[in-house]
Design a binder for this molecule. Structure first.
Ligand SMILES: [Zn+2]
Length: 230
């Protein structure tokens, strides 16, 4: 075979390889780009980075369009469970700059955790294979403040404050006459974590196998920063 023809074939083959490689890279970057990178960095780092984007006003707002809705109709694969307060100013997807399908969110006033909430976490851990649970309180929480002010409440709202009043961590602070509201918020978060670990065999098992990480966090109403509790 003449050398010129052989060279041409080699060049064509080389060019084709480059094209395939570029195509593959393009596809892999556009397809679930955010999710792929989350897996590489770990879900906690992804949340921390998302919160940084949020409080520095550089949100990416990933996976928030109708094409994602259709794509996700087949199933969900969230990266983390977030248990937080129902307060309208504490929206996890916004605060962590996450998109549809990224977070499995459980919200109650005062992020109070009972059997239904624990069951929801178990579902996410066991059936969706989520490996991170964040219990997040927030500054200036109305539920905590209602407890501290001994506000007279009627109806089912009373159950929320009674639940907070019954928490050992909260009672310890009261016993020491602490007046630091932020300390109560943190105590409530730590109690929430303890609830999950004490009451759920599934959660304890996953923790024992190092298949799950649980962390606490407090959201600042002033600057939008989330401080993770070590
Ligand atoms: Zn609250």
């Amino acid at each position: 075979m003449p050398v010129k023809i052989k060279m041409k074939r080699v060049s064509a083959y080389f060019l084709m390889c480059i094209c395939v490689l570029v195509f593959m890279l393009t596809v892999s970057c556009s397809r679930d780009d955010y999710q792929v990178r989350t897996e590489e960095r770990g879900p906690l780092a992804s949340l921390a980075e998302g919160n940084t984007r949020f409080h520095t006003t550089q949100p990416r707002r990933p996976s928030d369009n109708i094409s994602i809705v259709r794509k996700m109709s087949a199933g969900q694969h969230p990266n983390a469970v977030i248990i937080c307060c129902s307060d309208s100013r504490v929206s996890p997807e916004l605060v962590f700059d996450q998109g549809l399908g990224d977070l499995f969110v459980i919200r109650t006033a005062g992020n109070v955790i009972g059997p239904i909430e624990i069951g929801s976490v178990e579902y996410a851990v066991e059936h969706l294979d989520v490996k991170l649970v964040v219990v997040m309180g927030h500054e200036r929480c109305g539920a905590i403040q209602a407890y501290l002010d001994s506000t007279e409440l009627t109806g089912y709202i009373k159950h929320i404050v009674d639940s907070i009043a019954g928490e050992t961590e909260i009672q310890n602070l009261r016993m020491h006459r602490s007046e630091n509201t932020d300390m109560y918020v943190k105590a409530n978060v730590i109690h929430g974590i303890r609830q999950l670990v004490v009451h759920s065999d599934i959660i304890r098992e996953r923790l024992g196998e190092s298949q799950l990480h649980i962390t606490g966090a407090v959201y600042s109403m002033v600057d939008g920063k989330v401080a993770f509790i070590k």
